[in-house]
Write a protein that binds this ligand. Structure first.
Ligand SMILES: [Zn+2]
Ligand SMILES: [Zn+2]
Length: 239
């Protein structure tokens, strides 16, 4: 009853239009079926390490040139979607337009990553979802952490616990213009585990976008050091 009431409240707050095309959608939703279908799900062939798509025929598992000579602290990253204008708009507007209602939609999209059989052990073992943290300063400016906002409904949907296990202890420069080596250096000492985190069989690190993997690597390294045996990365899209 509370949920039905809330849904009616949401209907009033959010007009029930598709965020991308303006078509009418059921209450509380912000993506129509047509626009959802137009996004590009990650389908083979894709890099088994980072989910980067590949044009052409490939037999079996392969790693893209970006990952081939990399040693990541995570097992692999599994974005749900390849890059497209539609998904970039949704992620961008959540983060910079503060459209928090988009987080649930993005969580539904991210849930598709778990159709990958390699995530079976995370589902069976009920591995916690760990959002990539935002530094306090950026958090104050933005008022929310998009990774946490996505991880929360994702966990509810999948029946996985949420563990806000990481914190950012040092602000970092924007990574976009840095080389890979500079990114790794920039991130050193940026994260720490929160008090009381004990580790376990595995953890699923959740973020909105996977780009070079530097942030995911550093977070995974800290989680592994805190006692998680395996870390798998799930993101909404491959940047
Ligand atoms: Zn639409
Ligand atoms: Zn790759």
């Amino acid at each position: 009853m509370i949920r039905a009431g809330l849904s009616r409240v949401l209907d009033l707050v959010y007009p029930g239009v598709c965020h991308l095309c303006g078509a009418g959608v059921p209450g509380g939703r912000c993506l129509c079926a047509g626009c959802a279908d137009a996004l590009s799900p990650v389908v083979p062939p894709f890099c088994s390490t980072c989910g980067q798509g590949y044009d052409g025929r490939v037999e079996g598992a392969f790693s893209c040139p970006n990952c081939r000579d990399q040693k990541f602290a995570f097992e692999f990253a599994r974005p749900a979607l390849f890059r497209s204008d539609g998904i970039m708009t949704l992620v961008h507007d959540l983060k910079y337009g503060r459209r928090l209602e988009l987080a649930r939609e993005l969580a539904d999209l991210a849930a598709r990553s778990f159709e990958d059989p390699r995530l079976g052990e995370a589902l069976e073992g009920r591995w916690p979802l760990v959002p990539v943290p935002l530094h306090r300063r950026r958090f104050h400016w933005r008022q929310f952490n998009q990774s946490l906002e996505i991880a929360r409904p994702l966990g509810r949907r999948l029946g996985l616990p949420l563990a806000v296990a990481l914190k950012r202890i040092r602000p970092t420069e924007t990574q976009t213009r840095l080389s890979r080596a500079q990114r790794q250096k920039n991130l050193r000492g940026a994260f720490a585990v929160r008090r009381g985190v004990t580790g376990g069989e595995g953890a699923v690190l959740v973020d909105d976008v996977f780009t070079t993997g530097s942030t995911a690597h550093e977070c995974a390294r800290i989680l592994r050091r805190a006692g998680f045996q395996k870390v798998i990365v799930v993101t909404v899209m491959r940047g």
